[in-house]
Design a protein around this ligand. Structure first.
Ligand code: AMP
Length: 212
């Protein structure tokens, strides 16, 4: 039976980086709600503007809208896929149960666990390529040439608008209140596995890919 693999963890835990590696190496599609919302950035609609404002402030987009984009994006998948950044609330977790039933898939949850003190550096040091979405970190994974993508030498890396201190603290607070309780829920229902998100990318990748 194909699976929905949910990567769960605080902002900055490295879910996106690991999901991208899994996609590249195991050919499992990575579906990131954050990326999909960021792609709306250039749309000139009231909805896109509203999403942009919520993201910049470090808040959460509504469950209904978030679920809609997840459903539209995943209904066309034929096999297993990875969700990065969804679910984030109890309401979304409930919607995911329904979706998994409809799509005849099981849910596997992998928590990427990382100490709080590590997160701030990861978030403020994070840079990404606007073209290929490759994620760098000026402290842990710098590009070969300063501020330029290794794969797109003509492209300057960007710093996410919500990786500033005020938005980060709001995102961490929301994570503790809304998302962390989901970890207990998946634990109780026997679907949670945990990996240590500290250390080098390859070691973390190996721990995750062993579970999949
Ligand atoms: P991320 O790239 O996963 O850190 O997401 C960036 C931002 O997109 C979040 O801070 C939220 O504003 C929004 N977002 C991403 N995923 C969700 C979700 N599942 N529910 C609500 N908002 C989300």
């Amino acid at each position: 039976m194909s699976k929905i693999i949910v990567l769960i963890g605080a902002p900055g835990a490295g879910k996106g980086t690991q999901a991208r590696l899994l996609e590249e190496r195991c050919d499992i599609p990575q579906i990131s709600t954050g990326d999909m919302f960021r792609e709306m950035k250039n749309d000139d609609t009231p909805l896109a503007k509203e999403v942009q404002a919520i993201m910049n402030a470090g808040g959460l987009v509504s469950d209904d809208l978030t679920f809609q984009i997840v459903k539209n994006r995943t209904d066309r998948e034929k096999d297993s896929y990875i969700l990065d950044g969804f679910p984030r609330t109890a309401g979304q977790a409930e919607m995911l149960e329904t979706l998994a039933n409809e799509q005849n898939r099981t849910i596997q949850v992998i928590e990427v666990d990382i100490p709080r003190r590590e997160l701030l550096k990861r978030l403020t040091g994070r840079r990404s390529c606007p073209v290929c979405k490759e994620i760098y970190n000026i402290y842990f994974k710098p590009p070969k040439q300063e501020n330029v993508c290794d794969f797109h030498p003509a492209t300057q890396l960007t710093h996410r608008a919500d990786d500033n201190e005020a938005s980060v603290s709001s995102r961490l607070e929301i994570y503790d209140e809304e998302t962390k309780p989901l970890i207990d829920y998946y634990q109780r229902t026997g679907r949670l596995e945990k990996v240590n998100g500290e250390g080098d990318l390859e070691t973390i990748y190996q721990s995750i890919s062993r579970l999949i």
